[in-house]
Design a protein around this ligand. Structure first.
Ligand SMILES: CC(C)(COP(=O)(O)OP(=O)(O)OC[C@H]1O[C@@H](n2cnc3c(N)ncnc32)[C@H](O)[C@@H]1OP(=O)(O)O)[C@@H](O)C(=O)NCCC(=O)NCCS
Length: 158
């Protein structure tokens, strides 16, 4: 059974363990090790914020990944990560589609979704391309060469 729901406090440990995985840290623009206490403080803030939405994915009741929208004015930035076992099965597409429908229905002022991806993260670029995102421009984030991809709200779902 596949389940997608909004994250809550009980997901704290699963989110921490996923974020701490080596390949997830290296895909991030802040690749340093995360201390659990810092993660708890961060998650408390995020769960309280009206501008942050995290969705969590479960396969047969086992945590499999997360997707986060960070809202700013009329756009939002997306971040997504799946446990290794859940990759390559179109589950990341499923998770995006579920989260996107919620975003479109509940945050009608959001017109665009932006993804910032490291140049070397080809798999992620291919993933966003498959979702219908378009390459927008090269950029630099935290001294890393990166790409900005955008998705205009209103596009047809996969
Ligand atoms: C990004 C992520 C969520 C994508 O989910 P996924 O299940 O791996 O995605 P998919 O398997 O559907 O792959 C997307 C596309 O990438 C391509 N791809 C798959 N494996 C690849 C690889 N090793 N190298 C390059 N491209 C690859 C395929 O073309 C695939 O499209 P297809 O299904 O049409 O063939 C997942 O890989 C992940 O959690 N990565 C680590 C964290 C991360 O990088 N997050 C994004 C930060 S911007």
């Amino acid at each position: 059974m596949i389940e997608v729901r909004k994250a809550d406090w009980k997901d704290c440990k699963d989110l921490y363990e996923l974020a701490s995985k080596e390949e997830i840290r290296s895909a991030s623009f802040h690749p340093e090790k995360i201390e659990f206490q810092d993660h708890e403080n961060w998650l408390k803030k995020i769960l309280k914020s009206e501008n942050e939405i995290i969705y969590v994915l479960f396969i047969d009741n086992v945590f499999a990944g997360q997707l986060r929208f960070s809202l700013t004015n009329d756009f939002c930035t997306i971040g997504i990560s799946l446990n290794e076992k859940a990759r390559g099965k179109n589950l990341a597409v499923f998770l995006f589609n579920k989260a996107y429908v919620e975003l479109r229905n509940n945050y009608k002022n959001i017109r665009q979704i932006k993804a910032f991806i490291k140049n070397e993260n080809i798999r992620s670029q291919n993933y966003f391309k498959k979702l219908g995102f378009s390459f927008f421009k090269n950029t630099t984030i935290n001294n890393c060469d990166a790409q900005e991809w955008i998705f205009d709200i209103g596009k047809v779902l996969l």
